[in-house]
Design a protein around this ligand. Structure first.
Ligand code: GCO
Ligand code: MN
Ligand code: MN
Length: 389
């Protein structure tokens, strides 16, 4: 089984993932801080083609322009040394207290302006390091107190903010696409643009020339938090030509954002995620947004990275096996029933509508068709469980 990553697989991991020291609402850090350059070297050694970063992951918040340049130059040297690229860059608009009640959707015009300024700087950093995608995750763009924000005003402000950032990237030819990342809640009680569907609807309201460079960054964990089908989420974005990035990981439904190791939960759904990406000819990076357990020792964060990559590649092999399994394929092929005569009437026209009205159907006979889903799902399970072939 081919489980060694190749450069063309383009696996990436966020610097914030491996640097996650375990601080959360109930407990303090359990691991020492991880220096960003050590982090980049560690990701390269673990098999990553690239890394993803927030501005503040690399350049400490509040650094001067010259300090920023120095750090970026140093980063470029480490990247060249290690042969590692950058997949996506993003702006941390959630951590500092200034964003306590939102960034682009804050009621305070000064905070909104500051957020735009920070996003422009983050976009410059991303372009400088060769990122192809600029992710916008609005972690603080939400509320707990419904009376605190007019939701229509907030969404309008969100649009103006995204348009501003997209126009900046386009106007300065930074060569990146923007991918908005939906999330239903956490850290806010309710976050605007909670699902991929909301983001798709939102994108359709942007200035037409900016729409072209704005897409979606769906995350498995965030879809599972609300219990919706991750595969359908991705498929809807693909169908719209808007899957610009995707954050891979694992999650049990209806919990806090667990950001578990890829493949850690719902192996079957994860298999169908890989199947969809591979069969759609996905050319983006294969990006993991995962967190080490709080119980992990410092060196185990690299097991997390290696595990994600290995699980993805194992599932990719399973996708090939599934496609080559004669019994499975026989069932799958039988599902599509063609009827050239009826299909010729499927496009709307007055003549087709008239002809269709004259057709006699036998609904009971159609309903009696046997589909074989028990067998199909069982075979899929057995293939994944390793007891087939
Ligand atoms: C989360 C989010 C974040 C974002 C990241 C990029 O886990 O809640 O997914 O990890 O992806 O901040 O902006
Ligand atoms: Mn994410
Ligand atoms: Mn997440």
């Amino acid at each position: 089984m081919a489980t060694d990553p190749r450069p063309e697989d383009r696996f990436t991991v966020g610097l914030w993932c491996t640097a996650f020291a375990g601080r959360e609402v109930f407990g303090s850090e359990v691991r020492p801080p991880l220096d960003p350059m050590e982090n980049i070297r560690g990701l390269a050694a673990a098999g990553c083609w690239g890394f993803n970063f927030h501005d503040d992951d690399l350049v400490p918040f509040g650094s001067s322009a010259s300090e920023t340049d120095r750090i970026l130059a140093h980063t470029r040297r480490v990247m060249a040394d290690e042969g590692i690229a950058v997949g996506m860059a993003t702006c941390n608009m959630f951590e500092h207290p200034v964003f306590k009640d939102g960034a682009l959707t804050s009621n305070d015009a000064r905070v909104r302006a500051y957020a735009r300024q920070k996003a422009m700087r983050a976009a410059d950093m991303g372009a400088e390091l060769g990122a192809e995608t600029f992710v916008m995750w609005g972690g603080r763009e939400g509320l707990e107190v419904e009376a605190s924000k007019d939701p229509r005003e907030a969404i309008k402000r969100y649009r103006e903010g995204v348009e501003f950032v997209a126009a900046y990237i386009l106007g300065n030819e930074l060569g990146m696409k923007v991918a908005i990342e939906p999330k239903p809640n956490e850290p806010r009680g309710d976050i605007f643009l909670p699902t991929a569907g909301h983001v798709l609807g939102f994108i359709a309201t942007l200035e037409p020339e900016l729409q072209r460079i704005v897409g979606v960054n769906p995350e498995i964990q965030h879809s599972r938090m609300v219990g919706i089908d991750t595969v359908h989420d991705l498929a809807q974005c693909l169908d719209a030509g808007k899957l610009f990035h995707t954050d891979l990981g694992a999650q049990k439904p209806t919990r806090f954002d667990q950001d578990l190791r890829f493949g850690a939960e719902d192996i079957k759904e994860t298999f169908f995620v890989v199947k969809l990406l591979e069969e759609s000819g996905w050319t983006g990076t294969r990006a993991f947004d995962v967190k080490p357990y709080r119980s992990d020792a410092p060196e185990e964060v690299w097991d997390l990275v290696r595990g994600c990559i290995r699980s993805y590649l194992i599932l990719r092999e399973k996708v090939a096996q599934w496609a080559a399994d004669a019994e499975i394929q026989e069932l799958v092929v039988a599902l599509d029933v063609a009827d050239p005569e009826l299909e010729a009437m499927s496009a709307w026209s007055v003549d087709n509508a008239r002809a269709l009205r004259e057709v006699t159907f036998d609904p009971d006979a159609l309903a009696a068709r046997r589909l074989g889903y028990q067998r199909l799902d069982q075979l899929t399970f057995e293939l994944l469980a390793g007891v087939r072939g």
